[in-house]
Design a binder for this molecule. Sequence first.
Ligand code: MSP
Length: 506
Amino acid sequence: MKKIFITTPIFYVNDSPHIGHAYTTIICDALAKFYRLDDYEVLFTTGTDEHGLKVEKAAKKDNTDPKVFVDKVSENFINLSKRLKISNTDFVRTTEKRHQNAAKNFWKLLNDKNQIYLSKYEGWYSVRDEAFYQEKELNKKGERFYTNDGEEVQWIEEESFFFKLSEWGEKLLKYFEENPDFILPVSRKNEVISFVKSGLKDLSISRTSFNWGIKIDGSENHIMYVWIDALVNYLTSIDFPKTSKDQFLFWKNCYHIIGKDILKFHAVYWPAMLMAAEIPLPKKIFAHGWWTNEGKKISKSVGNVIDPHAMIDKFGLDQLRHFLLREVTLGQDGDFSEHSFKTRINADLSNNLGNLIQRTLKFVGKNFENKMPFDLQEPKNKDLLSEVYNLFPKVKISMEKFKINKSIEEIFIIITKLNQFMDKAEPWNSFKTNPQKTANDLSVLIESFRIIGILLQPFIPDASNEILNILNIEKKYRKFKFLNFMYKINKDHCIKETKPLFPKYD
Ligand code: MSP
């Protein structure tokens, strides 16, 4: 069986989950579901990033012991995964024993390969990004320095272990050239290439001025830099350092899905460290864009955070998934507004898909006793049904290129065509004059719903499940390999009573 490993970033537990966290997770879930339906064995991990200064500060502010604090906040992320009905196979918390073990072993591997040395770090640090900055990357206002996001950085001076990142620039560039699809989209790859070309400095990978982290064996006053700790989570899930041969096959086809803000860590630091540790690199790193709210950056201080739970309460899970996945091209930024949200879900889900299924199946219920009316003949090249059967290869090509919105668009183009077909067929009229034709037309529609229902499972799982339940398609026949004429719905197959799938919003 083909194998694939899909990862979300692990989320900082300094705050409640918001739409950005839900976005990354939903993208990964859609990919995971897609590949499972295509008969891949899928590992899909997510989790929480629980160490570091930022989390320590949040715990202090909450007047809580850090461990008690992270236990409480990570619960919010676990609950969000449940609410989003995410199909993850693991949830890694960096405070878990198995993770600490993986991180310490990873460090040891780098150390054994002479990639780590002790020195002193003097420079700028952003607590929000948990990142070191060179002065040339910052903006100066008066005596203070700020990141491009306007976050003030602080000057730190402390003893630190360093990773010999500067040795890996050329090798990274060679790897990027030989593996052109390693970093996607291409625009992001180009950013990474220019960052590497501008010169890499050795990376400070331990801190001594606070305690909340994984201690370095033999140098207990040092804790591991939170980004090294966090990146290793991907290996934790495959039981590093005791990764089996089978788990290793997943690793070789691992896709890291991340936001554009954390590209440098995943596409520069992580591959360099993996190369240094002589561990093969994951297959792909895809950086998605960011959502704004009515044109404004989403931030707690502005008070415009979008709570995914509230969105699901108000509009439903499939509606949220459909909007986030369909509205923007993966990789580009998107703007959220209640107006664009309602416009999208009304147009696609209520008016197009929901209406089509509702009016067709109601008619079949009333006039054909809820049974498949006709035994379909294999469609000819130009028939609408043959176009429907040809959807899957198109959807698959787009998915393999991470063009999720294009995949969904392809399906909805066909849904629009099916609505037009229904309008033209006018079963309510033809039924009296030509019942044979009506039976055939309705059967084309019903069989098309089976195909669409199967194809929509990665994107709107609840509604597609409902469609397939109404069509009375057995669970074991809902995989992509059944998307062909051979598995068509036969005449007299019983269909269940239809019900409205998507409410309409004013
Ligand atoms: N803990 C690190 C990741 C470590 S992975 C080894 C981290 N966590 S985070 O909680 O700050 O962000 C997690 C993800 O949420 C990132 O991929 C980030 O891009 C994404 N988003 C946060 N806000 C977002 C938007 N407004 N829009 C889209 N995604 C955004 O970074």
